[in-house]
Design a protein around this ligand. Structure first.
Ligand SMILES: *Cc1c(COP(=O)(O)O)cnc(C)c1O
Length: 242
């Protein structure tokens, strides 16, 4: 049988992987320190499957219902990341419907943390990794705690939520904005404070920052987890669903 030509998405994936390792090299960091999450929101399961078949395993979604619909149609060894704001009343559905949920990137209140913690208990699954979302650019439209509040929420997760594992911090930069570096630096500073206050080693506190437009800059500034959507899967076309 003739080998099938690589799809556009798979070529784009390989290109992004190469850019990830080049940016890591520039920053004198092993590329293995940076996880690439392929953000598949609004994209059909067939396209996700193609990227999966090329060997990729970490995928991200940011609409609960969409993830609940897609996850059962795709291989169970996918490591799903829920990225962005999560409504507390959807935590239970998310946890019970997606057994291969790997990480929630976007806990922004004690309320969401408590709902998640309760939803995980009794399921017999290992603690769920969560990141605290920080609103580093202080835009009203973005969710996330203020930088000054990140220690308190991290502490709450560590001390009050035994079914969750506090694993680091996440932020959304400001695309096309010249001061994106400043926002990434703010997240780096938050990590410093959190690690000192909670007495955890820096290596155990991830930084999820960097998207299609700024993932190389983010890696140079210390990101351990980049979330890349449109550069892999193509532009999203659903109106109002960016
Ligand atoms: C959609 C989304 C991404 C990916 O955005 P691209 O610019 O398409 O790479 C990353 N993070 C979050 C939280 C998102 O909602």
């Amino acid at each position: 049988m003739m080998a099938r030509a690589e799809s556009v998405a798979v070529q784009a994936l390989r290109n992004v992987m190469q850019r990830v390792s080049q940016a890591s090299e520039r920053a004198n960091r092993p590329a293995s320190q940076v996880r690439l999450v392929a953000v598949s929101k609004t994209k059909p399961v067939e396209l996700v499957q193609e990227v999966y078949d090329a060997g990729h395993r970490h995928f991200g979604e940011n609409y609960v219902q969409e993830l609940i619909d897609k996850a059962p149609q795709l291989p169970q060894d996918i490591k799903w990341h829920f990225i962005g704001h999560l409504q507390s009343n959807k935590a239970k559905a998310l946890i019970t419907s997606v057994p291969n949920l790997y990480m929630v990137e976007g806990v922004d209140s004690q309320k969401v943390a408590n709902h998640l913690n309760r939803a995980v208990s009794g399921l017999g699954r290992p603690p769920l990794s969560v990141l605290v979302q920080v609103n580093t650019s202080r835009e009203e439209s973005k969710s996330g705690v203020n930088p000054s509040e990140c220690v308190d929420l991290a502490k709450h997760l560590k001390e009050e939520c035994p079914n969750l594992r506090f694993s680091g911090l996440m932020t959304i930069g400001m695309l096309g904005y010249s001061s994106t570096a400043e926002f990434f630096k703010t997240l780096v500073n938050c990590r410093e404070k959190v690690c000192k206050e909670l007495e955890i080693p820096v290596e155990e506190c991830e930084l999820s920052m960097g998207m299609s437009g700024d993932f190389e800059l983010a890696i140079e500034m210390g990101s351990t987890n980049v979330r890349v959507g449109s550069t892999i899967f193509g532009a999203r076309s659903y109106p109002g669903r960016q």
